[in-house]
Design a protein around this ligand. Structure first.
Ligand SMILES: *[C@@H]1O[C@H](CO)[C@@H](O)[C@H](O)[C@H]1NC(C)=O
Ligand SMILES: *[C@@H]1O[C@H](CO)[C@@H](O)[C@H](O)[C@H]1NC(C)=O
Ligand SMILES: *[C@@H]1O[C@H](CO)[C@@H](O)[C@H](O)[C@H]1NC(C)=O
Ligand SMILES: *[C@@H]1O[C@H](CO)[C@@H](O)[C@H](O)[C@H]1NC(C)=O
Ligand SMILES: *[C@@H]1O[C@H](CO)[C@@H](O)[C@H](O)[C@H]1NC(C)=O
Ligand SMILES: *[C@@H]1O[C@H](CO)[C@@H](O)[C@H](O)[C@H]1NC(C)=O
Ligand SMILES: CC(=O)N[C@H]1CO[C@H](CO)[C@@H](O)[C@@H]1O
Length: 770
C-alpha cells in the first residue's frame, strides 16, 4: 500500500488555530450520511449478525482543466469578432418542507429540519447555437445534495407540460446538477438507500424541487437572447483541503507532482453577456469543495457555502453597472469527492488535542466518532454557520476576481458549435478496453466497509463493528434491513479489493437501492467542454477524466479545449475514486459503487462518444435502457401535518416575545410568535420571515427576507396533541445590517383539523438599531 508516504505522515505538525489557513491539516474522511442498519448481513469473508449503524456519505463534484491546467491566453476582441450565441439565465425557489423532514447529505437520522436560514434555489443556464437553435443545452445548479433520477424525470415531465416551445429540451441536453449542500430537506431520491435516514419519500419535498427547477428553466428560456460567453480562471488556495489525503497519496508520485495542491484550487467561471447593451446577465462557475460547512447537527435549511457565494455575488451585482437586472450567479460543484471546507483539518474532540489519524481518521480509541473537521470559524460553536459564510465568501471573492478581470481581458468562447450527448449506461459487468489494451469490467453497485465509518465532515454515528451494536430506531430500516443479501462470488471478485458491506446493486426489493444504470453526459459550447458526472469524482479522478476528455477534444477543436467537470448530477451515484485510491478503501473508495474500474469506464464512455460534439455531427447515441422510475412505488413513514392550533386566548401570529426597544449593530434580535407548521405552505418565491424598515414618512418597506443568510426562521412544536407551535425570527445584525428603525414580520399558514389552510401575518413592535 502507501508505505512511501509514511514520511509525509510524520511531518504533519499540529496546526495553529489562527484564522488564516495556508497549509491546512491532512485530509480526513468525513461521513455524510449515517444510515442505521440492522439485520443480517453476510459476506463471503465474514458472517455477522448485527445491528450496525452505517454512515453513508453522499458527496458530489465538478472540476476544471485545460490540457495545461490553466487558461493562459487572454485577448480582447472587438464585438464583431466575437462569436455570439443565444443565452438565457433563470432562477427559482426550490425550498421544500424545512421542518420535520430529514436532511439529505449526512445521513444522520437526527438531522431533521427545524427551520430555514437561507432559501434554496435552482439556477438554470441555457446556451444555444444562434443559427441552429435546437442545438442547445440547459445546465442547472440546484442547492441540493445532488441531481437525481426522480427529480430529473419530474423536470422532463414538467417541461413537456409547458408545450411545444419546450420540446427542444430532453434527456440529451438537460444537465441537472446539485451544489452538494448537506443542509436541505431530503426524501426526494429515486433510490432506496438515501431514503432510509429520511424515513422514505416525501412527495412535497420532491415536488418543491421539481416545480422550482421547471420554473428556473422557463425563466431562462424566456430570457434567451443574443450574447457572448467568456471564460476565466483564478486560484482559491484556501477554498478547500483534501480530506482523504492517505488515499490521494497512493496515486503515482509523478502524477501528483504535476499539481500544486491535493485538491483542484482553480475556479473556472463562464460569463454570460447580452449583446443588446453589453450588460452581463449571469455567471456560472465550477470549484470543488464539499457542501459540508454546516455540520451534521445543523437543522436549518441552507445552500451551504455555495448558497452563500451565489447570494453574495447576486447581491453585489444589484449595485454593479455592468450587471443586468435579474443577474443569476451559479456556483456549480466540481470534482468534490475528497475535498472538504473544513480547512483547519480534522481533530479529535476527545480532549487529546490530537489530529485524527491520517490513515483511518480515527482517534485514540481507534474510532472515528470524535474526529471532526474544523472550518475557519469552528470556535464559534454555531453548528458551522460562520465557517459556512466564510467558505462561501472565499468562493464569492474568487468569482469576483475573475469577473473583474474579464472586464479588461477576456478569453472568448468561440466556435459556433453547441452540442450535447447523453445516454444511460448499465454498469453491471460492463466490459471495455483500457487505453493500454487491457480488458476491464465494472460491477453491480456495492458499498465497502469504510462507507459505514463516514468521514471527518461527519463521522458515522457508530463505528461499524461486527456484532450487536444496539437496536436501531428506524421503522424504514426495520422494513428493508432484512432484505440485504450476501454478494455472490462474481460480485465479490469484481469488487476486489473492496470488502462488500452492502451489496446494494443486487437488491431490487422493494425497489432499487442505488443506481446501476447511470447518466453519461458531456456538453460543449465552442472550446468549453463540460463533463457531467453522476458520481462525486475525487480530485485525481476528476483530473484524469478532464485530461482524457481534453486530449480527445483537442483532436477536433480549433482552440485549446477548456474542460470542466460538474456534478453530482442526473443520477446520484455516490463516489468515483481512482483505482489507486480504491485500493486504499477509505470512505470515497468504499463508496465507489461500480468497482475499481469505475473511473476508467466513465473515461471510456465519454471519450468514445466525444465525436458527437464535433461540428456537423448529427444524431445522438442510443439512449440505452432507462433506469427504473420509482416515483410511483415509494415507501414513506413521513406523516402529514394533522392540525395547528394557537394556545387559548392567542391567535396565530401573536407575538409571544417582543423585541427590545433598542439594539446595537452586532446584537441578535429574536422575536417569538405563535406559529403554525411551515409544511402547510412552502411559500415558494415568497418568505416566512421579513424585516421591515420605517422610512421618513412612517411607511414600512421590506428590507430582508428568507434569502438573507442572517435572517433565520426557527419552528418549534410546543404541544404535539394540540398542534401548537412557536416560531422564532432571529436577525443576526452583525452580518449586513444598517442603523434604522425596524420591525419583524412572520408570514405563516395554519391547518384546521377539519378544514383548509389559512394564511396569517404576525408583526412585532418596532425597534431601533444603532
Ligand atoms: C454539533 O456537532 C459538533 C461537532 O461534533 C459539536 O462540537 C457540537 O457540540 C454539536 N452541537 C450541538 C448543539 O449538539
Ligand atoms: C487503519 O485501519 C487498518 C484496518 O483496520 C489497520 O490495519 C491500521 O492499523 C489502522 N491504522 C491506524 C493508523 O490506525
Ligand atoms: C462481460 O464479459 C463477461 C466475461 O466474458 C461476461 O460474463 C459478461 O456477461 C459481459 N458483460 C456484459 C454486460 O455483456
Ligand atoms: C472503450 O472500450 C471499447 C470496448 O472495448 C473499445 O472498443 C474502445 O476503444 C474504448 N474506448 C476508448 C476511448 O478507450
Ligand atoms: C433585551 O432585553 C433583555 C431584558 O432587558 C436583556 O436581558 C437582553 O440582553 C436584551 N437583548 C439584547 C440583544 O440587547
Ligand atoms: C429566541 O427566543 C426563543 C424563545 O424565548 C428561544 O427559545 C431561542 O433560543 C432564542 N433564540 C436565539 C437564537 O436566541
Ligand atoms: C489544498 C490542499 O490540498 N490542502 C492540504 C491537503 O493536505 C496537506 C497535508 O496536510 C496540506 O499540506 C495541504 O495544504
Amino acid at each position: 500500500m502507501a508505505d512511501s508516504s509514511q514520511g509525509e505522515l510524520e511531518k504533519l505538525a499540529p496546526l495553529p488555530t489562527s484564522e488564516k489557513v495556508k497549509s491546512p491539516a491532512p485530509a480526513l474522511e468525513y461521513p455524510t450520511m449515517a444510515l442505521l442498519f440492522t439485520g443480517r448481513a453476510r459476506s463471503a469473508l465474514s458472517i455477522f449478525s448485527i445491528f450496525a449503524l452505517l454512515s453513508v456519505v453522499l458527496f458530489g463534484a465538478i472540476a476544471t482543466a485545460s490540457p495545461g491546467g490553466k487558461l493562459h491566453k487572454f485577448q480582447k476582441l472587438a464585438d464583431a469578432d466575437r462569436q455570439s450565441y443565444l443565452i438565457g439565465v433563470g432562477k427559482a425557489d426550490i425550498t421544500g418542507p424545512v421542518v420535520e423532514i430529514g436532511f439529505a447529505g449526512y445521513a444522520n437520522l437526527d438531522q431533521t429540519g427545524s427551520g430555514l436560514r437561507q432559501r434554496l434555489y435552482s439556477r438554470a443556464f441555457i446556451i444555444a447555437d444562434k443559427n441552429n437553435p435546437s442545438d442547445r443545452f440547459v445546465y442547472l445548479v440546484l442547492d441540493t445534495q445532488s441531481g437525481d433520477t426522480a427529480m430529473r424525470n419530474g423536470l422532463l415531465d414538467g417541461l413537456k407540460a409547458l408545450g411545444s416551445d419546450y420540446a427542444v429540451y430532453g434527456q440529451n441536453n438537460i444537465a441537472l446538477t446539485g451544489t452538494h449542500s448537506h443542509s436541505g430537506p431530503g426524501a426526494w431520491f429515486n433510490y432506496l438507500l438515501p431514503q432510509i435516514t429520511s424515513l422514505g419519500w416525501s412527495q412535497q419535498s420532491y415536488q418543491a424541487i421539481v416545480n422550482g427547477a421547471v420554473l428556473s428553466v422557463q425563466r431562462a428560456h424566456e430570457s434567451l437572447q443574443e450574447g457572448y460567453l467568456d471564460v476565466g480562471t483564478t486560484d482559491i488556495p484556501d477554498g478547500a483541503i483534501n480530506r482523504s489525503l492517505w488515499a490521494y497519496l497512493n496515486n503515482p508520485e509523478e502524477e501528483r507532482a504535476q499539481y500544486d495542491a491535493e485538491t483542484d484550487i482553480t475556479m473556472t467561471l463562464l460569463r454570460f453577456q447580452r449583446a443588446s447593451d453589453g450588460k452581463n446577465i449571469g455567471v456560472l462557475s465550477w470549484f470543488p469543495v464539499h457542501g459540508t460547512s454546516l455540520l451534521g447537527n445543523n437543522t436549518h435549511a441552507a445552500g451551504d457555502n455555495k448558497g452563500v457565494a451565489a447570494w453574495l455575488f447576486e447581491s453585489a451585482m444589484k449595485n454593479d453597472a455592468t450587471a443586468a437586472d435579474g443577474f443569476v450567479a451559479g456556483f456549480s460543484q466540481a470534482n468534490v469527492g475528497d475535498t472538504t471546507p473544513n480547512v483547519l483539518g480534522a481533530w479529535c474532540d476527545d480532549g487529546s488535542g490530537q489530529q485524527c489519524s491520517l490513515e483511518n481518521s480515527t482517534c485514540a480509541d481507534g474510532k472515528s466518532q470524535s474526529c471532526h473537521g474544523r472550518g475557519p470559524e469552528f470556535q464559534a460553536l454555531d453548528l458551522g454557520a460562520k465557517s459556512c459564510y466564510e467558505m462561501g465568501r472565499r468562493q464569492f471573492a474568487g468569482a469576483q476576481t475573475i469577473y473583474d478581470n474579464l472586464k479588461s481581458s477576456t478569453t472568448s468562447v468561440s466556435g459556433s458549435t453547441v452540442k450535447a450527448f447523453h445516454f444511460f449506461q448499465d454498469m453491471r459487468y460492463f466490459n471495455f478496453t483500457l487505453p493500454d489494451g487491457t480488458k476491464a469490467q465494472t460491477c453491480p453497485a456495492a458499498l465497502g466497509f469504510s462507507f459505514a465509518a463516514g468521514t471527518s465532515d461527519w463521522p458515522g454515528a457508530f463505528d461499524f463493528v461486527q456484532g450487536d451494536s444496539g437496536a436501531p430506531n428506524n421503522p424504514f430500516w426495520s422494513l428493508v434491513g432484512g432484505l440485504l443479501k450476501a454478494p455472490g462470488p462474481q460480485q465479490v471478485a469484481c469488487q476486489q479489493p473492496k470488502p462488500v458491506l452492502l451489496d446494494v446493486g443486487e437488491i431490487s426489493t422493494p425497489y432499487a437501492w442505488t443506481p446501476n444504470i447511470v447518466d453519461i453526459q458531456v456538453l460543449r459550447v465552442g472550446q468549453l467542454v463540460i463533463i457531467v458526472s453522476p458520481s462525486e469524482a475525487t480530485t485525481m479522478a476528476g483530473r484524469r477524466w478532464k485530461a482524457a476528455v481534453a486530449k480527445e477534444a483537442a483532436t477536433f477543436l480549433d482552440e485549446d479545449p477548456v474542460v470542466v467537470l460538474g456534478g453530482p448530477a442526473n443520477s446520484y451515484s455516490h463516489y468515483c475514486a481512482t483505482p489507486e485510491e480504491y485500493d486504499i478503501q477509505r470512505y470515497e473508495g468504499a463508496s465507489t459503487l461500480f468497482g475499481r474500474n469505475e473511473l476508467n469506464a466513465y473515461i471510456n464512455l465519454t471519450v468514445s462518444n466525444l465525436h458527437y460534439l464535433q461540428p456537423g455531427s448529427t444524431g445522438t447515441p442510443s439512449q440505452g435502457v432507462l433506469p427504473p422510475d420509482n416515483r410511483k412505488n415509494m415507501i414513506s413513514f413521513i406523516t402529514d401535518v394533522v392540525q395547528d392550533n394557537a394556545p387559548l386566548g392567542k391567535s396565530f401570529g401573536n407575538v409571544l416575545v417582543q423585541p427590545n426597544l433598542t439594539y446595537n449593530i452586532g446584537d441578535v434580535v429574536n422575536v417569538t410568535f405563535v406559529g403554525a407548521n411551515p409544511r402547510n405552505n412552502l411559500r415558494q418565491e415568497q418568505t416566512f420571515a421579513a424585516i421591515e424598515q420605517q422610512g421618513s414618512g412612517g411607511t414600512w418597506t421590506q428590507v430582508r427576507d428568507d434569502s438573507d443568510w442572517f435572517l433565520v426562521y426557527t419552528w418549534r412544536r410546543t404541544n404535539f396533541i394540540l398542534g401548537q407551535s412557536e416560531v422564532d425570527i432571529t436577525w443576526e445584525t452583525y452580518g449586513n445590517a444598517q442603523p434604522g428603525t425596524y420591525r419583524v414580520k412572520y408570514y405563516g399558514d395554519s391547518k384546521a383539523l377539519f378544514g383548509g389552510v389559512s394564511s396569517f401575518v404576525g408583526t412585532s413592535n418596532s425597534f431601533t438599531l444603532k
